[in-house]
Design a protein around this ligand. Structure first.
Ligand code: C2E
Ligand code: CA
Ligand code: CA
Length: 671
C-alpha cells in the first residue's frame, strides 16, 4: 500500500501542475527546437548556395572574356586569384572534350570524380561542389565547365553552434518555467496547508483561536473567510449547548451539574488558600401546594421571581444553583458559619415580600441549611449532605435556617439520606457479598457458608447490614436487594460448590421478604434458569420474623420447602419461642444466636440452654449450627454437646469471594 504522505505528495496540485507542464513541454520543446534549427539551416544554406552561384557566375563571366588557347596565363591567374580569396577549396575547368584545364595552383583538395552537390553538407566532405558553363572566346560553339568547390565548414559549424545554443536556451526556459510553477504552487499551498491545519485544530475541538489566515488569492481568502465563519458559529453553538447543559432552563441559574463542578473547584481553591466557604441549601416551604392548587405555570413563575430576587442579593464570586424542583444551593466564598447565617437571613428577607404571579398575590418562605468547609466536611457530597441535614433540622423545628452541627439528629437524617441513595446503589452494584464458612464438626469439613452483605458507599465508606437492612426494609427495597444479590452472585456460589461438594450457601432473608410471595417465585425462577441445585441454597429467617406473623410465615416457608430450598432458623434463642412451636415449620436447621455462644463456658448460664437446645433439636430431626464461635474452648464444649456445625471468628471473619476461595483450598489442604 502506498504510504499516505507520499501518496498525498503525488496527488497534489504541485505535482499535477509540474507533470502537465513537463508533458506539454515534452511535445512543444522538440518541435520548437526542430523548427528553429531547421529554419536556420535552410535559410543559411540558401544564402550560401545563392552567394556561391553568384560568385561562380561572375567568374564564368570573367573567364568568357578570355580565349582558352591564347590567354592561358590570364585564366590561370583568374583561377588562382579566386582561390586566394580563401573560400574556394577546389577549382578547375573542364573543356568540351572532357580535358581538365588549368587547375589552380593552390587547390587544397581535388576529388577523384567530380560530383555536383545539391545541398550543403552533402557527402560529409565540408566542400560544396558546383559547376557553371563557360564559353571561351575561341570556343564559342563549345561549352566548357567551370567546377568549383566552396568551403562549407564555416556554415556547418555555425549550424552546430546554433543547435547547441537553441538547446541550452530551451533547457534554461524549461528550468525557469518549473521553478516558476513550484514557486507559484507553494504560494498557493502555504495558505491552503495553513487552512487545513487550522481546520484540523477546529475539528479537534480547539475552537477558541480565530483562524487568522489571509491570502492575496481571492479563492483562498473566500475559503478562509467561510471557515472562520463556520468556526465562530461553532463557538457560538458550543457555548449555547454548554450553557444549556449546565444551566436550568426555567431560571437560567446553574444546574446541579455545574453546581457540583463549582463546589469541587471551591474545595480545591479553599484547600490551597485555607479560606473557608459555606454551602447553603434552600428549600421553599409549601411550594408543592402552589404547584398543586394554582398550576405548574404559576409554580414556574414563582421559581423565576424567587431566583431573580436571590440572585440579586449575592456577590459575583458566589454561586446560586437550582438543583431540584424547589431546591436551591449556594456557595458563599470566604464565608464561615456565622457570616453564612447573616447572608442566609438576607436571602430569606429577599424572598419574603409579596409578589404577583399570573394575577395571584403570593408570599413564599423557605428553610435554609448551612454547612461550612472544612469543619462540616472536606468533600462535596458530605458538605451537601450536611447542609441537607441542617435544612431538614430547620424545617422540622420550624426554624428559618440552621447551621449543621455534629450532634444534630444525624442518625435520623443520615438514614433519610441513605434511604435516598439506596435504590441507585442497588442498581450500581455498591453492595458486596462477604462469605463466612460453616464447618461440620462431625467430618471436620467445610459444609457451607453464609453470605453477609456490605454496602460500599461512595462517600460514606463501608456501611454494615445492621444499618442498611432496616432502611431497605422500610423503603420496600429489601426484596430487590435480596434478589439482585442472588442473581448477581449465583455464579460465584456455583464456583464454591465446585470446590466443596455438598456445600451450601445460606442467604439471610428479612421478615419483609417473608410476606412477599413474588420474591420466592423470582428466586425459584433464577435457580431454575441458571440450573442451580435448590438443595444447595439455604435461606436464614430469624426466629423473630417468623413470630411476627406465624401463619403467613408458615405458608411462605412451606412454599420454599416445596421448591426444595432449605430453611434455617437464625438467631435462635432471642425470640422467646419454643422449639415445640417451631416444629410446625418446615425447617432443616437452627442457628443458635451468638449471644449464647460467644462467652460459653461449662459453668455459664447459657450452657444448659445451648445443651438442651441441641438435644431437643436433634430429637425433632433438626440439625444445629452455633454461630459466633470465637475460641477453642467454646468449640470443644459444643463438640461435647453434639452440635452439628459451627461458624465464627475462630475459623475466619467473613471474607470476600477471592479470599473465601483461597481460604477453602487452604482449609481442605490442611493436615
Ligand atoms: P446474622 O445473620 O446473625 O449474621 C451473623 C453476624 O455475626 C454477621 O454480622 C457476622 O459477621 C457476625 N459474626 C460471625 N462470626 C462471628 C464471631 O465469631 N463473633 C462475632 N461477634 N460476630 C460474628 P454482620 O455481617 O454484621 O451481619 C449482621 C446481620 O445483618 C446479620 O446477622 C443478618 O441478620 C443481617 N444481614 C447480613 N446480610 C444480609 C442480607 O443479605 N440480607 C438480610 N436480610 N440480612 C442480612
Ligand atoms: Ca444469618
Ligand atoms: Ca444469626
Amino acid at each position: 500500500m502506498v504510504n499516505t504522505p507520499i501518496r498525498n505528495r503525488v496527488f497534489s496540485i504541485t505535482s499535477f501542475m509540474i507533470l502537465s507542464i513537463i508533458l506539454i513541454h515534452m511535445a512543444v520543446i522538440p518541435f520548437l527546437y526542430q523548427r528553429i534549427t531547421e529554419g536556420y539551416k535552410t535559410s543559411s544554406s540558401e544564402q550560401f548556395i545563392s552567394h556561391n552561384t553568384e560568385v561562380s557566375g561572375l567568374l564564368a563571366d570573367v573567364l568568357s572574356t578570355k580565349s582558352l588557347s591564347e590567354n592561358r596565363n590570364d585564366i590561370n591567374d583568374i583561377l588562382n586569384t579566386a582561390v586566394l580569396g580563401g573560400n574556394i577549396q577546389f577549382i578547375e575547368i573542364q573543356d568540351h572534350l572532357g580535358n581538365t584545364l588549368s587547375p589552380a595552383d593552390d587547390i587544397t583538395y581535388s576529388p577523384e570524380t567530380f560530383l555536383e552537390d545539391t545541398t550543403v553538407n552533402q557527402n560529409g566532405d565540408d566542400i560544396y561542389y558546383m559547376q557553371v558553363p563557360v564559353r571561351f572566346k575561341d570556343l564559342q560553339e563549345n561549352v566548357s565547365m567551370l567546377r568549383i568547390g566552396f568551403d562549407e565548414s564555416a556554415i556547418i559549424s555555425d549550424y552546430t553552434d546554433i543547435k547547441e545554443k537553441v538547446f541550452y536556451t530551451l533547457s534554461i526556459y524549461l528550468a525557469v518555467i518549473l521553478i516558476f510553477i513550484i514557486t507559484i504552487t507553494r504560494y498557493i499551498h502555504k495558505p491552503l496547508y495553513l487552512l487545513r491545519d487550522r481546520s484540523r485544530e477546529v475539528s479537534n475541538g480547539n475552537l477558541d483561536v480565530p483562524l487568522g489566515i489571509s491570502s492575496k488569492l481571492s479563492e483562498i481568502q473566500y475559503l478562509a473567510d467561510d471557515l472562520e465563519m463556520m468556526r465562530s458559529t461553532l463557538v457560538d453553538l458550543a457555548e449555547r449547548m454548554q450553557h444549556k447543559a449546565t444551566h436550568d432552563d426555567l431560571t437560567n441559574l446553574p444546574n446541579r451539574y455545574l453546581f457540583n463542578d463549582r463546589l469541587e473547584q471551591s474545595i480545591a481553591f479553599a484547600s490551597r488558600t485555607k479560606n473557608p466557604f459555606s454551602v447553603l441549601l434552600l428549600d421553599l416551604d409549601r411550594f408543592k401546594e402552589i404547584n398543586d392548587t394554582l398550576g405548574h405555570s404559576v409554580g414556574d413563575e414563582v421559581l423565576r421571581i424567587i431566583s431573580n430576587r436571590m440572585h440579586k442579593g449575592l456577590r459575583e464570586t458566589d454561586t446560586i444553583a437550582r438543583i431540584g424542583g424547589d431546591e436551591f444551593c449556594f456557595i458563599l466564598i470566604g464565608v464561615g458559619h456565622s457570616a453564612a447565617e447573616v447572608i442566609a437571613h438576607k436571602i430569606l428577607e429577599l424572598i419574603e415580600p409579596e409578589f404577583e404571579a399570573e394575577q395571584h398575590k403570593l408570599k413564599v418562605s423557605a428553610s435554609i441549611g448551612i454547612s461550612a468547609y472544612p469543619d462540616d466536611g472536606e468533600n462535596a457530597e458530605l458538605l451537601i449532605r450536611r447542609a441537607d441535614v441542617a435544612m431538614y433540622h430547620a424545617k422540622k423545628n420550624n426554624l428559618p435556617l440552621s447551621s449543621y452541627y455534629p450532634d444534630m439528629d444525624s442518625d435520623h437524617y443520615e438514614n433519610l439520606l441513605l434511604a435516598n441513595d439506596l435504590k441507585n446503589s442497588i442498581i450500581e452494584g455498591q453492595f458486596q457479598p462477604l462469605y463466612q464458612p460453616i464447618i461440620n464438626l462431625l467430618t471436620g469439613q467445610v459444609c457451607g457458608c453464609e453470605l453477609l452483605l456490605r454496602w460500599q458507599h461512595p462517600t460514606l465508606g463501608l456501611i454494615h447490614p445492621t444499618k442498611f437492612i432496616p432502611i431497605a426494609e422500610r423503603e420496600n427495597l429489601i426484596g430487590e436487594l435480596t434478589l439482585s444479590t442472588i442473581s448477581k452472585h449465583l455464579h460465584k456460589f456455583s464456583e464454591l460448590i465446585k470446590i466443596n461438594e455438598n456445600f451450601h450457601v445460606s442467604i439471610n432473608v428479612s421478615p419483609v421478604n417473608l410476606i412477599d410471595k413474588t420474591l420466592l417465585n423470582s428466586i425459584s425462577d433464577i435457580l431454575e434458569t441458571r440450573r442451580f441445585p435448590r438443595g444447595n441454597l439455604y435461606i436464614e429467617v430469624t426466629e423473630n420474623s417468623i413470630m411476627k406473623n406465624p401463619a403467613r410465615s408458615a405458608e411462605i416457608l412451606d412454599e420454599f420447602y416445596k421448591t426444595g430450598i432449605m430453611v434455617s432458623i437464625d438467631d435462635f434463642g432471642t425470640g422467646y419461642s419454643s422449639l415445640a412451636y417451631l416444629q410446625k415449620f418446615p425447617i432443616c436447621e437452627l442457628k443458635i444466636d451468638k449471644s449464647f455462644v460467644s462467652d460459653l463456658t461449662a459453668t455459664s448460664n447459657n450452657y444448659p440452654i445451648v445443651s438442651a437446645t441441641i438435644t431437643m433439636a436433634h430429637d425433632l430431626g433438626i440439625s444445629v449450627v452455633a454461630e459466633g464461635v470465637e475460641d477453642q474452648e467454646v468449640l470443644e464444649l459444643l463438640e461435647a454437646m453434639g452440635c452439628d456445625r459451627v461458624q465464627g471468628h475462630l475459623y475466619t471473619k467473613p471474607l470476600d469471594f477471592e479470599e473465601m476461595k483461597d481460604w477453602l483450598i487452604n482449609y481442605n489442604n490442611r493436615d
